[in-house]
Write a protein that binds this ligand. Sequence first.
Ligand SMILES: [Zn+2]
Length: 283
Amino acid sequence: MRRDISLYVFALMISLMSLASCGTSEGNTGEQELPLFVKAETNTSPPVVTEQTINPIVMDSSITDDYLRGKFVPAKHADFIEVEIKHASRKGMFLRKDTYDAFLRMTETAKKDGVNFTIKSATRNFSAQKVIWEGKWNGTRLLEGKENAKKKYPVGKDRALKILEYSSMPGTSRHHWGTDFDLNAFTNSYFEKGKGLKEYEWLKAHAAEYGFCQPYTPKGTERPDGYNEEKWHWSYLPVALKLTQQYQLRLDNKLVRGFEGSETAAEIDVVGKYVLGISGTCL
Ligand SMILES: [Zn+2]
C-alpha cells in the first residue's frame, strides 16, 4: 500500500514536471515525459525502461471493477443526477453530477451562439446494455432498424463484429460510466449539413473548453480500431480518462461475460480494440 502511494506521488511529480516543461523542445531526454499510455517509440536511442515507464498508471481503489463495467443502478448512486427534461429527449436519464455540471455550462454558452443540445442517451448500465446487445444478437432488435443479425451472420464472431459497429458489449461501454452522452441525433449525416453541421462545428470548436472530447472520430490511421464514427457521442474527459486508464490496468477480455455472445470477446479483443480504440483527443 505504501509503495502504491509512493508510485502515485512519483507519477504526480513527473506529471507536474512534464507540464512545466511544455513548449520546450530541446534537451528532452525522454525521462521527464512519462506517457499515460505506452505508444510506439519513435526515438532511435534505446528507451530507459523502468517500472514507471512501462506502466505509470496505478490502481485507484476508489473505483471498483463493478463501476467500470456498469454494474450499479445510476438512479441510486450518490454521484449521479437525473438529466432535467428541458435538456433531454425523455425522462429517466442519469449522468454523473460533475459531467452534468460541465454539460450545463457548455449548453448555456452554446445557446447564446444559437446552438441547442438535447441529450438523447446518457448512462446505460450493464443490464440496459445487455437488453440492447442480446436483442441485436438474437435478431429481435434489427440492426439499423432493418437487418436481422442472427439470420444474416450465423457465425458468432461475424455477428458480434457487425453489432460492434455501433453497439457495445455489456461491461465495455463508456455509457456505463456516467461521463458520456449522445446529443441531438444518432446519424452522422444529420451533423453534416444545416443546423446539425452548425452544432457539430460548435462542438469541435468549444466542447474541449468544458472538458468534452469525441471518442469515436472517423476510423483511419489516427484511429484504426473500434466503433464507427459517432459525431453525436461526447465524453467528459476529466473523469473518463481516469476510468479508461483503470479499465486498461485492471480488466481484460476474460472479464467481458454474462451475456449471450460473450464468448467472442477474446477473439475480437474487445477491450484492446473497442474500449481502448478511441480518439487520441480522449487519451
Ligand atoms: Zn453514445
